[in-house]
Design a protein around this ligand. Structure first.
Ligand SMILES: Nc1ncnc2c1ncn2[C@@H]1O[C@H](COP(=O)(O)OP(=O)(O)OP(=O)(O)O)[C@@H](O)[C@H]1O
Length: 926
């Protein structure tokens, strides 16, 4: 038992009563020079942090205890918090009658300032105002960024999807759900499944509109709110008077304040954005396209890891943000691409800029630390060094004609260079190699402050006096073994060897005797020592004051630091895109406001890095809007479709693309539905997930979207699957008119091209000769006729007898022959027939359906006799005609003849239905 049932006194009791005050996962409490965990906390934390557990006895019982020295708390806290835990810290302070302890702060994933990870660290608030509207706020205390947005949709599910998409895009480490959202189990389940964020229940009243608005105004001021249309009376993105995004923002601010971590001061800029600026990229699509991590959750192998060549953390963050939030506005994209092009064409200048950037520190994070008051002298030095790079970078850009003539010149000259130079000059006051503490002096150069200079001078004089004291004393006393030194217990002293203590003058006072020597002091030395201590103390105080002042000025210049930081990050991200383009032969795409997608010799940006890649073209236009992609298993259908999505996405972040040439009509959204990998593990039906994703696409896509469907309908019975795929195709083609690529093994769908104007077939080619299949990886017009699934089974190492037997079964199925089941309970063989009507294998002899004789029409393109499907069980034309007439009426024979004449593949499904209905009506039978 580690938590006592009854009353416990002493330190352990104090720990448990403080623990009752907090809902944090762990409590750590200061006890003298240590911070200690007790009870279960000690046991759990010791595992996580590799600490030793000892036993603390209190009132006759023992309790587990684990601790860290006071100055080692931060790294341990950081480890816990980065794993998603919230940790309350109780500090000890002196009182008249001893010590008291109270919780001073709760460190949480979203409020940890000490992160070393380059990634943004967002704290998110989500409010649902009513079913169709959500407000979201995102704060990164490490960089001071604060963004809000509102999401509104006509349908509650679509609104919830979009809110989740925004959350997923920012990838927060901690989320505060508002009062409505915390009761929405479906939403919360999704958050838990798809993100690593810690969910924190902040008090509900903090989300109330009045209180939240007050908090937000206090933090950012009325003017900021007004400037982004969110002040009183402003409607924001919602178009209504109330603003759920402000509720989310206010709750975030009050939460940050209540954690007591003091990081609220770092948040200085409020940005509001509207969904319309960006390409809609739902959470599923971000995952399916493996933008920042692979489907297996690894960073390596993602698009971001592949294209990232940035030199700085802010550059990395920005490039990732671009990738997660592609844009729609062509002018911005052209500007970025102009920048990439300029860097791509000027290798020398590009490398100069990149090398210079390597010396840059994270100005956004340093600005936050300065605002929070935790920046030390080394941090300010980093600010100075980074600011000093601005003119270097700007000059490198200005002195290269190609760069100077590109938007890069504007980026480099955007920050206020003069203000940066002024701050740099102020920061010159810091010495080259300052100490890690800010309270003990030694931080400033001479010339910064008169009083300090005077103190330093007097201090140096006194030290000089002491430094030369031994020589003077040796001369005066004639003692040769004499030395002057200082230590903590004795202060300054004169040490004389035992052999010469007889020469010691009267003015020496003995301090202590050592084995071979004696230590003395003198009145004069005492006086100097007091002087030095006074000077040191004053110098420490004065330097701290001066330092805090300077740090305050850096904090005030947060905007300047953010703007320099942003400019350097932008140059870094653009240079990184140029490096990748040059090294991998990417080209600049031509961007159009809307319309065609025309890619010549396109490649998959990630797969091309590890494979001898076969490039492929893509052409989509108004009259070629929907491509049905067929081809054998493993031939490259998914790769082809993903490469189209990724090329479009890269173009819409301003990047070059892996192709010989590309014309991209910008899209307003990219939607994908590809094979679900992990939902089964989460206990959800794969088919259910597939249908939810399809439903989302059919609700959200527009005629300006790009839709990628990989084998929709595969998760259910063949005929249900084909029907859904068929109907979804018609809907996307007729109603939505989105540019769509649809890979399928249902070859029935290839006939759609004959009926729907803008549907075309393409296939990934394979070559079959002498029973060997070679994947050519080339995409050609027209449908394919084979799946080669058995060939893939063979490649995958399925045992030979199974492969051979599959081949035999396939041939029988193709020939519509009965299959003999092997190894039945009777030990003999039994014959079954694949009933194409129901998609089931039925027992019975081949005589029930004829032995391999074709019954109607020609074999379907997939070899499964698709045109025969639905004919099972129909009476043969040669059967007893009278009996048929008697049972089904006079028209029966005509109806049968019409059915026999009908070409199923040339008839639209709707017409087929109409005809079937008409036939039924003409037949008298039941
Ligand atoms: N153009 C290409 N050049 C070279 N290799 C390729 C190309 N396209 C695909 N590949 C490789 O072929 C393999 C199969 O590709 P992919 O998964 O796209 O096939 P698929 O047709 O979608 O398969 P399935 O129908 O079984 O899902 C992958 O390992 C991929 O790396």
């Amino acid at each position: 038992m580690s938590r006592p049932d009854g009353e416990v006194g002493g330190i352990v009791g104090e720990f448990f009563s403080l623990k009752d005050e907090t809902d944090a996962d762990y409590l750590v409490m200061q006890v003298g020079d240590f911070y200690e965990f007790f009870g279960d906390d000690a046991e759990e934390v010791s595992d996580l942090l590799d600490l030793k557990v000892s036993q603390k006895s209190s009132h006759g019982s023992n309790y587990p205890m684990a601790g860290v020295p006071v100055d080692k708390l931060t790294p341990h806290l950081k480890q816990l918090v980065e794993r998603g835990y919230r940790v309350a810290v109780a500090d000890q302070h002196e009182t008249a009658d001893g010590h008291a302890r109270e919780i001073t702060r709760v460190v949480t994933p979203g409020t940890l300032l000490e992160t070393t990870d380059a990634d943004a660290q967002y704290l998110a608030g989500v409010v649902r105002a009513d079913d169709e509207r959500y407000g979201l706020a995102f704060a990164d205390v490490t960089t001071g960024r604060f963004s809000v947005t509102a999401v509104e949709e006509s349908d509650p599910d679509a609104a919830s999807d979009r809110a989740f998409t925004e959350l997923y895009r920012f990838d927060p480490v901690e989320i505060l759900p508002g009062p409505e959202v915390r009761n929405d189990d479906a939403f919360l389940d999704r958050v838990r499944e798809r993100t690593d964020a810690t969910l924190t229940l902040h008090r509900a009243d903090a989300f109330a509109p009045g209180r939240a608005t007050h908090e937000t105004k206090e933090q950012f001021g009325d003017e900021t709110l007004a400037s982004i249309g969110l002040a009183d009376g402003g409607t924001g993105a919602s178009g209504r008077g109330d603003r759920p995004q402000i509720q989310a923002a206010g709750a975030l601010l009050s939460y940050v304040a209540e954690t007591g971590t003091g990081v609220k001061s770092s948040m200085t800029r409020l940005q509001s954005y509207e969904g319309d600026d960006h390409v809609s990229l739902d959470a599923t699509t971000q995952r399916n396209l493996e933008l920042t991590e692979t489907m297996q959750g690894d960073r390596d192998g993602s698009l971001f890891a592949t294209i990232d060549h940035t030199a700085t953390s802010p550059g990395k963050r920005l490039l990732k943000e671009w990738l997660q939030r592609p844009r729609r506005d062509v002018p911005t994209l052209r500007q970025r691409a102009d920048g990439v092009a300029a860097f791509a064409n000027s290798a020398l200048a590009r490398e100069t800029v990149r090398e210079t950037l390597e010396g840059a520190y994270d100005l956004e994070r340093l600005a936050s630390k300065a605002a929070h008051g935790s920046a030390d002298a080394r941090d300010l030095l980093r600010v100075r060094e980074t600011l000093a790079l601005l003119p270097e970078v700007a000059d490198a850009v200005a002195s290269d004609p190609t760069l100077a003539d590109s938007p890069l010149a504007e980026v480099a000259s955007r920050p206020d260079r003069e203000a940066a130079a002024d701050l740099c000059e102020e920061l010159d006051a810091i010495v080259e190699d300052p100490p890690g503490t800010v309270t003990e002096g030694g931080l400033f150069r001479r010339g910064h402050d008169e009083e300090l200079d005077d103190l330093i001078e007097r201090h140096e004089e006194a030290e000089e006096w002491i430094a030369t004291l031994d020589d003077r004393e040796k001369r005066e006393t004639g003692i040769t073994h004499l030395q002057v030194d200082r230590n903590k217990t004795d202060g300054y002293y004169i040490q004389v060897g035992n052999s010469e203590t007889g020469k010691v003058p009267d003015r020496y006072d003995r301090l202590k005797s050592l084995k071979n020597s004696e230590r003395y002091t003198t009145d004069e030395l005492n006086e100097r020592e007091r002087q030095i201590l006074r000077l040191e103390e004053r110098r420490g105080e004065l330097e701290y004051e001066l330092f805090a002042e300077l740090r305050g000025r850096v904090a005030e210049a947060a905007d300047l630091l953010q703007s320099v930081g942003r400019a350097l990050a932008e140059l870094d991200a653009l240079a990184s895109l140029a490096v990748h383009a040059v090294e991998n032969d990417w080209v600049r795409p031509t961007l159009r406001e809307t319309g065609d997608l025309d890619i010549e010799a396109g490649r998959h940006p990630v797969v091309e890095r590890t494979t001898e890649f076969v490039p492929n073209d893509l052409r989509m236009s108004e009259d070629r809007q929907f491509l049905v992609v067929t081809g054998p298993n493993m031939s490259g259908k998914s790769t082809y479709m993903r490469q189209v999505a990724l090329i479009t996405l890269l173009a819409q972040i301003g990047s070059f693309v892996p192709a010989a040439a590309a014309e991209i009509g910008v899209v307003d959204g990219i939607y994908t539905r590809v094979g679900a990998l992990d939902e089964l593990a989460q206990g959800r039906s794969t088919f259910m997930v597939e249908m939810q994703e399809l439903s989302n696409i059919l609700h959200s896509a527009t005629d300006e979207s790009l839709v990628i469907l990989d084998e929709v309908g595969r998760g259910t019975a063949t005929y249900d699957g084909i029907s859904i795929a068929w109907a979804a195709t018609e809907y996307l083609h007729n109603e939505i008119r989105a540019k769509t690529l649809f890979a399928t093994h249902y070859h029935e769908l290839t006939t759609l091209a004959d009926h729907l104007d803008r549907v075309e077939n393409v296939h990934v080619a394979a070559d079959e000769s002498d029973g060997d299949v070679t994947f050519l990886r080339t995409v050609e017009d027209g449908p394919t006729d084979r799946s080669y699934g058995i060939h893939v089974a063979d490649l995958a190492g399925v045992p030979d007898p199974v492969v051979e037997r599959s081949q035999g079964v396939l041939e029988k199925l193709r020939a519509d022959e009965a299959i003999e089941t092997k190894g039945g309970s009777s030990g003999g063989t039994k014959q079954v027939v694949f009933d194409v009507g129901s998609g089931e294998l039925k027992s019975g002899g081949p005589e029930e359906r004829g032995t391999g004789e074709r019954q109607t029409g020609e074999r379907g393109s997939d070899g499964f006799g698709s045109e025969q499907r639905g004919t099972g069980g129909c009476p043969e034309a040669g059967a007893n005609a009278d009996a048929v007439r008697e049972k089904f009426g006079e028209d029966a024979e005509d109806v049968l003849a019409e059915i026999a004449d009908l070409s199923v593949s040339d008839t639209a499904p709707v017409e087929l239905l109409n005809r079937a209905q008409e036939w039924q009506e003409r037949l008298d039978g039941e």
